[in-house]
Write a protein that binds this ligand. Structure first.
Ligand code: ADP
Ligand code: MG
Length: 398
């Protein structure tokens, strides 16, 4: 679960991390009012969307010459900047071409920047530890830095048994090329960020940029924070920060029914039980020259209601031109699943080709039920057969 920059900054400030003053705003009036409460004379008006690259982003509704989603403004310019951003669609390298509508702003103190750094904490699955990533090349897209000048990125991991130590702080300061008082500030800030990471069960805290100001202060100017969804039960206060408008509506709907669903760009909807089987199904669709419209795992104990909701989710996507059901009946018997599929197909008024591959307990009975249903369901024998059939059906229908 990701949160907005202003929420991340309010959270990190509680952990003692140095953040310039700022106030969230949901309207032009609130933005102007917020600026009056800040010291000024320079402000930064920042679009709040769950994506980075806002500074270099472009608004769909504005001319190409217009500024992006992070704008330096004098007091009289705050209102105009806010008016140009609110309600408009910001396209950045991270949003995809559709962009994201800006519904919230963050008005913050304009800081005189002497140097920008990158500092992030994330979960390193290879070592099973939290990794700290530091680079002198802040303010830029870190993927580009990693690609062009990997030697400018330093990474180390923290042993969870001993936690953060003074040597970790020194490593961060050294990686950023800092000495003296700035090195101390870097050590202090890094320790606090690590404490925040552990304390909130975060999955990522990315500070880009971590800036040195003209008057020698280290400040967090941008923060991207995400949490481990499996740990949210321990943090009801963090769950409150969720902004459903930032998430894919189909994925939000799926989470209500406890379906693991991720929207993808293809045209073949997949309804599968088990994450591994779902991955294999997507792979084999691609192998046959088509693309999956989604990842969907209905889980081991899928019943008729779950299957019906899954069908509805898939069919709500106008890009879907065919559905491949691939179910292994282990705990669930294939005949029960077949009945569920038929009931669901009738209920949702299926208008696209449907290929079903069943395997497992009572598979023959399941296939018989499908064949006798009177519905135009194509039965498949194995995974390869199923993928070939659905790709062919979709081509035929086109
Ligand atoms: P994004 O990463 O989405 O583009 P940032 O918050 O990192 O958004 O802003 C982009 C750039 O704008 C930063 O690298 C920094 O140079 C500048 N910037 C951001 N916040 C401030 C601020 N409070 N004062 C001065 N400059 C800022
Ligand atoms: Mg940034």
């Amino acid at each position: 679960m990701n949160i907005h920059e202003y929420q991340a900054k309010e959270l990190l400030a509680k952990w003692g991390v140095p953040i310039p003053k700022g106030i969230a705003a949901f309207s032009v009036e609130e933005a102007v009012e917020a600026s009056k409460q800040l010291p000024g004379p320079l402000y930064v008006v920042k679009a709040q969307i769950h994506a980075g690259g806002r500074g270099k982003g472009k608004f769909k509704e504005l001319p190409a010459t217009a500024k992006g989603g992070v704008r330096l403004a004098k007091s009289e310019e705050v209102g105009l900047a806010a008016a140009e951003m609110l309600g408009n669609t910001l396209v950045t390298i991270q949003t995809g071409e559709h962009g994201k509508q800006v519904n919230r702003l963050y008005i913050t103190d304009g800081v005189d920047i002497a140097k920008e750094f990158y500092l992030a904490f994330l979960v390193d699955r290879a070592t099973g530890r939290v990794a700290c990533v530091a680079s002198t090349e802040g303010g830029m897209d870190i993927e580009t830095v990693a690609h062009d000048t990997p030697e400018k990125i330093r990474t180390f991991t923290i042993d969870p048994a001993t936690g953060w130590g003074a040597h970790h702080g020194r490593s961060v300061a050294a990686a950023l090329g800092l000495s003296g008082d700035l090195a101390k500030q870097a050590q202090d800030t890094a320790a606090k960020l690590y404490a925040a990471f552990i304390g909130t069960d975060a999955s990522q805290i990315e500070i880009n940029p971590l800036a040195v100001t003209d008057d020698g202060k280290l400040m967090v100017l941008d923060a991207k924070v995400g949490f481990d969804p499996n740990a949210l039960g321990r943090h009801p206060d963090l769950v409150e920060l969720r902004d459903l408008t930032e998430e894919d509506p189909a994925e939000v709907e799926a989470s209500k029914y406890d379906l693991a669903f991720i929207k993808l760009d293809g045209n073949i909807g997949c309804l599968v039980n088990g994450a591994g089987l779902a991955m294999a199904t997507m792979d084999i669709i691609k192998l046959n020259g088509a693309f999956p419209a989604n990842f969907l795992d209905v889980g081991g104990g899928a019943d008729k209601e779950k299957v019906t909701n899954a069908f509805k989710l898939i069919l709500a996507d106008p890009a879907v031109e065919g559905i491949l059901v691939n179910i292994f009946g282990g705990i669930m018997r294939c005949d029960i699943i077949a009945e569920g599929i038929i009931a669901a197909a009738k209920e949702v008024n299926l208008g696209v080709p449907l290929v079903v591959r069943l395997e497992g307990t009572n598979v023959e009975l399941g296939k018989e039920i499908l064949a006798n249903s009177g519905l135009p369901i194509v039965s498949a024998d194995d995974l390869g057969d199923a993928a070939r059939k659905i790709v062919a059906e979709v081509k035929k229908a086109a």
